[in-house]
Design a protein around this ligand. Structure first.
Ligand code: GLY
Length: 387
C-alpha cells in the first residue's frame, strides 16, 4: 500500500511538473498576476497606517516603519498590478501606500530614497500623470543629491561611523530616479551627478571578471579608496548575489538613459559573469561563492532582479538577445513554480518565498521579502511587453 501511494505521488508530481513546464509565458504571467493581486489586497489588511511589510519567515510576519529602505516596493508592486489588470481596488491601495510615503521626500539619512520614492511615486506618475507625484519625485532628487561629494564623485550610501564615506554597489539603483528627472526637467546637474556616480562605481567597484565588491570606503578629502569589502556577502572577495544583481540592473538602466557604450559593455560583462554562476533552475545561491554550494540557500530576490534586468538588456543586445531571454525565462518559470510562488492566504501575503536579506547578520534568512515580489512582477510585466 505504502509503495502504491508513493508511486501515485511521484506520478502526480511528474504530471504537474510537466504541466508547469508546458505553460506558456503569457499564461504564467497572467496566473501569477492574479495571485499577486490577492496577496496585495490581503497584505493591506495586516498593515497599520505608517507601516510597511518587511518579511515573513518561520511563521512570523514582520512589518517596519516607513523609513525602512523597502517601503516603496509594496506600493510599487501594486502600481504594476494596476497596470496589468485595471483593478480599481488595487489602484486605491497603490495610491494609499504611495501617499503615506510623502514625508520621505525630505529623508536624507541614507541613499535609499531612490528605491522608496521611484518605485512608488515613479510608477504612480508613469501611470496617472499626477502632478503632485512629480513634485515629490523632484523634491526627492534634491534630497538625494545633498549626499553627493564631488571629490569622491559618488553619493554617500550610509552614514555609519564604521566608515569615512561608505558607498555600496546597491546605490546604482537610486540613479534611476535622478536620470528620469534629469531627462524630464532637462536638469544638467542631476544628470552630471548620476553619471559621475556611475562612472566612479564602474572604475572602483568591479573586479576583472565584472563581479563587484559590496562596499567601498572612500577618503572624502581626496576620493582615495580606503577599503573594498562585503557586509551582506560571504566574504570580501566573494560575489554576493544581490550585489551582482544591483550592478547588472544599474548599468543596464544607465545605458537606457545615456546610450553610452561603456555602460552597455559593463552590463553585458556583468550579465555573462552572473550567468556563469547560475544553477540550472536560474535562481542564484545567496552568494555565488557560498562555501556550502550546492546546499547553500537560494536568493529569490536576486533571481527576480536579474530576470528583470536581463529582459531589458536583451533589448539592447541583438547578438545576445536569445541567451539573455532564455535565462530570464528560466528564472521566471522557476519563480512561478510551487517552490517559490506562495498560494493566496499563505506566506504573510508576500508573493515569493526563499529570499535572503542579510545572512552574515543572521537577519532575514530564507524569508519572503518585498523587493523579490516587486522585481518579479516588474520582470513579468517586461516579459509581457517584449516585442
Ligand atoms: N539594498 C540592500 C539590500 O540589497 O539588501
Amino acid at each position: 500500500m505504502k509503495k502504491l501511494l508513493l508511486a501515485l505521488t511521484v506520478a502526480v508530481c511528474a504530471i504537474s511538473a510537466t504541466a508547469e513546464a508546458k505553460e506558456s509565458m503569457t499564461t504564467i504571467a497572467n496566473r501569477v498576476i492574479k495571485i499577486a493581486v490577492d496577496h496585495c489586497k490581503n497584505m493591506d489588511k495586516s498593515l497599520e497606517p505608517g507601516r510597511s511589510p518587511r518579511y515573513y519567515g518561520d511563521g512570523k510576519f514582520v512589518d517596519k516603519n516607513l523609513e525602512w529602505w523597502c517601503s516603496g516596493f509594496y506600493p510599487g508592486t501594486m502600481w504594476y498590478l494596476y497596470e496589468a489588470t485595471g483593478d480599481e481596488q488595487i489602484l486605491a491601495l497603490a495610491r494609499k501606500h504611495t501617499e503615506q510615503l510623502a514625508p520621505l521626500q525630505w529623508y536624507n539619512k541614507n541613499h535609499d530614497i531612490g528605491f522608496q520614492i521611484f518605485c512608488s511615486y515613479g510608477n504612480g506618475y508613469r501611470l496617472t500623470g499626477d502632478k503632485a507625484y512629480e513634485k515629490v519625485i523632484s523634491n526627492a532628487c534634491a534630497t538625494l543629491i545633498t549626499r553627493y561629494n564631488p571629490t569622491v564623485g559618488s553619493i554617500r550610501s550610509w552614514d555609519s561611523r564604521k566608515w569615512k564615506y561608505a558607498v555600496i554597489v546597491d546605490n546604482m539603483m537610486n540613479l534611476e530616479m535622478l536620470m528620469w528627472r534629469a531627462k524630464k526637467a532637462r536638469d544638467k546637474n542631476l544628470h552630471h551627478i548620476a553619471v559621475t556616480h556611475a562612472n566612479t562605481t564602474l572604475r572602483n567597484h568591479f573586479r576583472e571578471d565584472f563581479s563587484s565588491y559590496h562596499l567601498l570606503d572612500y577618503n572624502p578629502e581626496n576620493g582615495e579608496v580606503l577599503i573594498r569589502q562585503t557586509v551582506q556577502g560571504y566574504a570580501d572577495e566573494s560575489r554576493w548575489a544581490r550585489g551582482q544583481a544591483w550592478g547588472l540592473y544599474g548599468f543596464t538602466m544607465m545605458y537606457r538613459f545615456t546610450k553610452d557604450k561603456a555602460y552597455l559593455r559593463q552590463a553585458q560583462g556583468i550579465a555573462d559573469m552572473i550567468i556563469s554562476y547560475l544553477p540550472k533552475d536560474g535562481i542564484p545561491y545567496w552568494d555565488f561563492n557560498a562555501p556550502d554550494i550546492p546546499k547553500a540557500l537560494r536568493d529569490a530576490s536576486a533571481g527576480a532582479i536579474i530576470a528583470s534586468a536581463l529582459i531589458e538588456l536583451s533589448e539592447y543586445s541583438p547578438e545576445k538577445r536569445e541567451r539573455y531571454l532564455s535565462v530570464a525565462e528560466r528564472q521566471l518559470r522557476t519563480l512561478s513554480s510551487k517552490r517559490y510562488l506562495a498560494p493566496v492566504g499563505t506566506n504573510g501575503n508576500f508573493i515569493l518565498r526563499h529570499s535572503v536579506g542579510h545572512l552574515p547578520g543572521n537577519s532575514e534568512v530564507d524569508v519572503a521579502l518585498t523587493y523579490a515580489d516587486y522585481y518579479f512582477i516588474e520582470a513579468l510585466m517586461r516579459w509581457k511587453s517584449l516585442k
